[in-house]
Design a protein around this ligand. Structure first.
Ligand SMILES: Cc1ncc(COP(=O)(O)O)c(C=O)c1O
Length: 710
């Protein structure tokens, strides 16, 4: 989607609304802006060659043409510039898309109407009272030459990225500062909130809407009433507002007094009810409560966000996520409600496993997976030394001993042959960790485990730690399908592929494990009558012994469990994040490809190996640096990058050399030589979907410069 006028109120809000749905290129002219997750570019629309160039480079499906001069009084002064921007530039765009399969959406105005009678429908007389209205109408005439284009005549308010204020923002600013304001009692309009307008545009695209439509609130009010409504909604002092007549004001440009719109045609065409003015103001207020104004202005971080630090990983929360959480906060249940099962169902469907148990962290998920395996004092649990400590701690929580099997130096994952060497009669579970997103060689691990189970005549559980691998594919199945394991664990910490703030899940195809995990997640308590131990306490005396009634207060603790429950608030976030996972993954892959392309030619750097069995949804991008050849120590390298605003991290310090494990389990340096070698050279560089192309290029340039400059 190409959006012109991306530095303006509507262009910016549309970019914000659509950025999770489309790849967006936003064009600006004199006000450079940047947004997380979209590309922006300077483009002077007056030159047809610029438009031609952009369209041939980006080949957009849709163009939303918002760029326009909108200050009615200024437009009355410099008509020649207005004509160029509002009319001629529109004509250039139309000419460029004329024979192409590109949908053109043109944002016009209520000012094309005369402004006397009001309730204008689209076939009413066009009689603009000022040059702004006339120029927008002439723009419409250009757009109408392009078949299947869409023209929306509107009047809007919203949260601006620039310091300019829309009407709603101005009222708010003045009233908050306890300033008196005047509102026209005889100027009426049907103004709509930008995010509501964005939704209408979204639906129009989905329904292939073409033609000319009014798009505003379903009802109308005077500007004075609008001020009162904003004051009421935000709880501000309405006595500061005085009604006046527009006739008392000496504007440069003439204005219609009644520009109210009849929106029946649009509602019918879309089968969609447009909001009332009140509803629009309420949504404007809700977004304010959710921090949207700051969120929008935050993105305005100067040309290409140059002073911003780039972390090695971070979440990407959008307005839809916030709405989803807020809706749950407003609902009856904020924990132990319907969102948890909904999230669990969505995860099973996505990953292809039968059951899911969502919990409050990846660590809790690992812990209760170990509990469900029955790991206890005297047992051993094998895992990789190159992982976060939680992958080993989970065994220790159960009283079992963690055993570390060395990694493969190609994939950095636990090596199946090393696992085989470490399996003993006491092995209760193996926890392979899919480091950075690339699946372990699960087929080999599964084969070895089955062989050893026979040899020792005991069950060995396989628990995949897929905290890094949501969305990855192994042998044509999603990681999480648990085809080669008993359980798969994931984490939804903010640096991971999707987030619930903190959170995790266990996926399994085993009904028994599923039941056990659900009970252990919540104190070991069950309310399932089928599992009650004491039937005489549980059930009311009844003549019907087949269908006895459960005492309403009754529950039983049948096991030792924990409070590892996740909340509905978190799962609402998880559900909305999950919808964007594919888009996040695509973006990760694009960045990885670019990194591979740039770093593969540098001899002292080793890019990640990718196994043919696996399509990794790169959680981390780990490079191995030959710091000796480069002639710099890792700490200095990291510090220099940090000084240039680029954060890197080491994933991980081998667990067997952590003091706790050395002391408690007598592990030592030398136990896992491959892991130790990897540790000397590894460094994760920034990778997260919200990185802009310029962030990526900055990382590449800085690293290349540091490596080559020596
Ligand atoms: C491989 C691995 N396992 C387990 C965890 C623990 O997940 P959480 O932070 O959600 O408890 C992490 C978290 O960073 C991890 O990277």
């Amino acid at each position: 989607m190409l959006i012109t006028g991306v530095s303006g109120l509507l262009g910016n809000n549309l970019a914000y609304y659509f950025r999770d749905r489309y790849d967006i290129l936003g064009l600006y002219n004199s006000h450079p802006v940047t947004f997380e997750g979209i590309d922006t570019e300077k483009c002077e629309l007056l030159h047809p060659d610029n438009i031609k160039n952009i369209i041939s480079r980006y080949n957009p499906e849709i163009i939303v043409h918002c760029a326009s001069l909108t200050n009615i009084d200024e437009c009355e002064g410099d008509k020649s510039t207005v004509n160029k921007i509002n009319v001629l530039a529109t004509g250039h765009i139309v000419e460029e898309v004329m024979d192409k399969d590109i949908r053109l959406i043109y944002i016009s105005t209520d000012s094309v109407y005369e402004g006397i009678k009001g309730n204008y429908s689209e076939d009413a007389n066009i009689n603009p009272q000022n040059y702004y209205g006339l120029s927008k109408y002439e723009g419409e005439l250009k757009v109408l030459k392009k078949e299947n284009s869409l023209i929306l005549r509107t009047n809007l308010f919203g949260w601006n990225i620039q310091d300019k204020e829309s009407l709603g923002e101005w009222i708010l600013g003045q009233l908050k500062a306890k300033q008196r304001i005047k509102g026209f009692k005889d100027a009426c309009f049907s103004s709509i909130y930008t995010m509501e307008l964005a939704r209408v545009i979204h639906i129009s695209i989905m329904r292939n809407l073409t033609g000319v439509y009014n798009c505003g609130a379903i009802d109308s009010c005077s500007k004075y009433e609008f001020c009162l409504k904003v004051a009421n909604c935000f709880g501000l002092d309405r006595t500061l507002i005085t009604p006046i007549s527009i006739d008392d004001f000496d504007f440069k440009a003439k204005r219609g007094k009644n520009l109210t719109l009849n929106v029946d045609k649009l509602q019918k065409a879309l089968d969609y009810r447009l909001p009332t003015v009140d509803h629009s103001i309420e949504t404007f207020y809700r977004d304010y409560q959710c921090g949207l104004p700051e969120e929008i202005k935050k993105d305005q971080s100067g040309p290409q966000g140059e002073s911003v630090n780039i972390p090695y990983g971070r979440h990407w929360i959008c307005e839809e996520d916030i709405r989803s959480v807020v809706d749950t906060l407003r609902s009856e249940r904020i924990t132990q409600g319907p969102k948890i099962e909904e999230f669990e169902r969505a995860l099973t469907e996505y990953c292809g496993a039968k059951f899911a148990v969502a919990v409050n962290s990846g660590t809790s998920a690992l812990h209760i997976a170990c509990v469900a395996s029955g790991a206890k004092d005297g047992d051993e649990v094998i895992t990789s030394p190159i992982t976060f400590v939680a992958s080993a701690n989970c065994a220790v929580y159960c009283g079992a001993k963690p055993v570390f099997a060395d990694i493969c130096l190609k994939t950095y994952n636990i090596a199946p042959e090393e696992i085989e060497k470490k399996i003993t009669q006491r092995t209760k579970a193996i926890i392979p960790v899919h480091l950075a997103g690339q699946s372990c060689d699960m087929e080999s691990i599964h084969r070895i485990v089955k062989k050893k189970e026979k040899e020792f005549n005991s069950k060995i559980f396989i628990i995949e730690d897929a905290s890094h691998a949501l969305g990855s594919i192994y042998k044509n199945r999603r990681v999480g399908s648990s085809v080669f394991s008993d359980m798969t664990v994931m984490s939804f910490h903010p640096v991971k592929h999707i987030t619930t703030g903190e959170g995790g899940v266990i996926l399994t195809n085993d009904e028994g494990l599923h039941e056990k995990l659900k009970i252990v997640r919540s104190h070991g308590i069950t309310s399932d009558p089928g599992k009650f131990v004491y039937r005489d306490r549980a059930f009311q005396p009844s003549a019907d012994s087949y269908q006895p009634l459960v005492n309403p207060w009754y529950y039983e603790q049948v096991d030792l469990g924990y409070n590892y429950r996740i909340t509905d608030i978190q799962c609402a976030l998880g559900l909305s994040q999950l919808k964007k996972l594919e888009k996040f993954s695509e973006r990760r892959r694009k960045i990885v490809n670019r990194y591979n392309q740039c770093f593969s030619s540098i001899e002292s750097i080793q890019i990640p190996f990718e196994s043919r069995d696996c399509d990794s949804n790169f959680h981390l991008y780990v490079l191995l640096f030959d710091f000796e050849v480069i002639g710099i120590q890792r700490a200095q390298f990291m510090n220099e990058l940090r000084g240039r605003g680029i954060q890197t991290q080491v994933h991980y310090i081998p667990i067997h050399i952590q003091p706790y494990f050395q002391k408690k389990f007598a592990t030592k340096w030398g136990d896992c030589p491959n892991a130790e070698k990897y540790y000397q050279q590894c460094l994760s560089i920034p990778l997260f979907p919200a990185m802009t192309d310029s962030d990526v290029e900055r990382v590449i340039n800085e690293i290349t410069h540091l490596v080559r400059g020596r």
